[in-house]
Design a protein around this ligand. Structure first.
Ligand code: HEC
Ligand code: HEC
Ligand code: HEC
Length: 101
């Protein structure tokens, strides 16, 4: 009984740790020449994207951020892997859906 409880507690703690990472996972980009962009883990994971869809092939961490230009995104890098008008709204428009002032 005691053992089952500690296993359950361990599971709950792991789950809430993972959730805290995802839930706390708003990532801000502040390009100098355009408005701030907030990337939401909540919405992307909530719509069924898997961690592996983005990690580590496209993104690692904020400190290991690989900076890309809009031109590179338009050619399919970073957000442009999906935001290409097929899987999701394109980076060749919809500026204000991502950039807020
Ligand atoms: C749609 C793409 C996408 C998906 C899916 C995704 N992430 Fe991320 N993740 C990002 C981006 C973008 C960053 C910021 C990295 C950067 O600045 O280059 C990031 C950063 C992170 C970081 C580092 C945060 C920091 O402070 O440096 C962690 C941890 C993380 N993600 C965990 C996860 C986990 C766990 C999952 C699955 C539940 C997940 N991510 C799913 C795109 C994604
Ligand atoms: C899917 C979200 C998204 C859309 C749509 C988008 N952007 Fe961006 N943009 C970003 C992100 C994220 C960055 C920061 C990239 C980085 O630092 O790696 C960025 C960076 C930039 C930059 C600085 C880098 C550069 O290329 O000079 C400019 C300027 C910019 N965006 C303009 C635009 C314009 C104009 C549009 C509409 C035609 C647009 N963006 C559409 C997400 C988006
Ligand atoms: C693995 C694929 C994938 C990647 C990579 C990705 N997105 Fe998305 N994103 C989606 C899909 C799918 C949707 C929902 C479909 C739509 O709205 O066209 C979406 C929706 C969004 C939305 C609207 C919902 C919300 O969260 O407000 C924003 C804003 C957004 N993405 C920003 C970004 C930015 C910024 C990046 C890059 C840092 C990025 N996305 C990278 C797949 C992706």
């Amino acid at each position: 009984m005691k053992k089952a409880l500690s296993v359950l507690l361990a599971l709950l703690m792991t789950a809430s740790f993972v959730y805290a990472v995802v839930g706390g996972g708003d990532v801000q980009f502040e390009p100098k020449s355009a408005g701030k962009v907030t990337f939401s883990h909540d919405t992307h994971v909530g719509m069924g994207k898997q961690c592996m869809d983005c990690h580590d092939s496209i993104y690692v961490t904020k400190t290991k951020h690989n900076k890309v230009s809009m031109a590179e995104m338009g050619k399919g890098q970073s957000c442009g892997v999906c935001h290409n008008g097929k899987q999701a709204f394109t980076v060749k428009g919809n500026c204000k859906t991502c950039h807020k002032n």
